[in-house]
Ligand binder design. Structure first.
Ligand SMILES: Cc1cc2nc3c(=O)[nH]c(=O)nc-3n(C[C@H](O)[C@H](O)[C@H](O)COP(=O)(O)O)c2cc1C
Length: 302
C-alpha cells in the first residue's frame, strides 16, 4: 500500500524526526539504509545560525532534554547534504524549515530545491528560542494558518506542519493549518519546557536552563495528542514522541498516525530501530490478518 501526503508517496516505513542525525548527507543516508521510509533534516533557516552555547543536550532516565536553540547550517549548505540522500536512496527527503516571521517562512520555503526534496516540514513549534522569537507560532491558530498558506504559496512541494504539544489548543491549530492547505501534520515536537539540575554545582544542566523533553517519558502525551488530532482533522499525521519499540509504533498508528516517526529512540536502539520496528509491524499485521490501512485509527472504531 502507498501512503500519500499531498502528491508525495511514502512506503509505510517510519520517518526520521528532525534534529537527530539530520545534518550530514551520509548520516541521513545511513538512517535510510537502515529502513526509514522518510528522512527529515535538522530544521534549517535561510542563512546559518549559531544556536545556544553548550551544553545543549542532556540524557536522563527515560529520555532527553535539549535546548539546541535552532542552530542551522542554512538552506544552501543543507541542500548539498540532502542531495547525497536523494541521489543514493529511495527515502522521501523532507526539508524541515523554520523562520522568525510569516514572510520569512515563505522565503525559506521558496529556497527549498524541488528536484532534491520531496516535501517540506514547517517547524512552527521549537520551544527553546522564546528569548529570540517569542512564543512559538504553534501557540496561535491564526498565525499557524497564515504560515501554512504562505508556505504553500511559495513551493510546489507538499507542506506539512510540525506542531507543539505545549498548548492546549493544538487541535484548533491543526484545523487552521488544514483549512489553509496543509498536506499533513507532524506531532509532536518536544514537551516542556523541562529542566535538570546538577547535584554538585546546583546549576541547571543546560546552558539555556530549560529545554524540550523527548524520548519514552513523553510517549503517552504524544499518543493522546495523535488520538485527538485524528478526530479533529482529515489530513495525514506523522506521529512521533517517544517511539522506541514496535508496540509504540503500533499504538501510534492505532491512535491515528498515518506514519510513525522516531527521533530519540535512536539513542536507545541505534538506526536499526526502523528495520526492527518495520519487521515487527509486518509480523503483527500478518498475525492479525490485517492490512496497514485498517490499523490506522482503529482505536477510534472499536
Ligand atoms: C537533540 C534534538 C534536536 C531536535 N531538533 C529539532 C529540530 O531542529 N526541528 C524540529 O522540528 N524538531 C526537533 N527536535 C524534536 C524531534 O524532531 C521530535 O519531534 C521530538 O524529539 C519527539 O520525538 P522523539 O521522542 O522520538 O525524539 C529535536 C529533538 C532533539 C532530541
Amino acid at each position: 500500500m502507498s501512503i500519500k501526503f499531498g502528491n508525495t508517496v511514502f512506503l509505510r516505513n517510519g520517518v526520521l524526526a528532525s534534529g537527530i542525525l539530520g545534518v550530514t548527507g551520509y548520516s541521513m543516508l545511513k538512517v535510510a539504509e537502515d529502513g526509514a521510509g522518510g528522512v527529515t533534516c535538522k530544521s534549517i533557516s535561510k542563512i546559518e545560525r549559531k544556536g545556544h552555547p553548550t551544553p545543549v543536550v542532556q540524557v536522563f532516565n527515560s529520555g532527553v532534554i535539549n535546548a539546541v536553540g535552532l542552530s542551522s547550517t542554512g538552506v544552501e549548505r543543507t541542500t548539498s547534504e540532502l542531495k547525497i540522500l536523494k541521489d543514493k536512496s529511495d527515502a522521501v527527503v523532507i526539508a524541515s524549515i523554520f523562520a522568525g516571521t510569516v514572510e520569512e517562512f515563505g522565503e525559506t520555503a521558496s529556497m527549498i530545491d524541488e528536484n532534491i526534496c520531496d516535501m517540506i516540514e514547517v517547524n512552527i513549534s521549537c520551544p527553546n528560542v522564546a528569548d529570540e522569537f517569542g512564543l512559538p507560532f504553534a501557540s496561535d491558530p491564526k498565525i499557524s494558518g497564515e504560515i501554512t498558506r504562505v508556505a504553500k504559496n511559495s513551493t510546489k512541494l507538499p507542506v506539512i506542519i510540525k506542531l507543539s504539544p505545549n498548548y492546549p489548543n493544538i487541535c484548533e491549530v491543526a484545523k487552521s493549518c488544514e483549512a489553509n492547505g496543509a498536506d499533513g501534520i507532524t506531532a509532536i515536537n518536544t514537551l516542556g519546557p523541562g529542566m535538570l539540575i546538577d547535584v554538585h554545582t546546583y546549576k541547571p544542566k543546560l546552558s539555556n536552563k530549560k529545554g524540550g523533553v523527548s524520548g519514552p517519558a513523553i510517549f503517552p502525551v504524544a499518543l493522546r495528542i495523535v488520538y485527538d488530532l485524528y478526530k479533529a482533522i482529515k489530513i495525514p499525521i506523522i506521529g512521533m514522541g517517544g517511539v522506541t519499540e514496535a508496540e509504540d509504533a503500533i499504538q501510534m498508528i492505532a491512535a491515528g498516525a498515518t506514519l510513525y516517526g522516531v527521533g530519540t529512540g535512536i539513542l536507545y536502539k541505534g538506526t536499526s530501530i526502523f528495520k526492527n520496528i518495520n519487521a515487527a509491524l509486518d509480523n503483527y499485521l500478518a498475525e492479525k490478518k490485517m492490512k496497514y490501512e485498517e490499523l490506522i485509527g482503529i482505536a477510534h472504531r472499536i
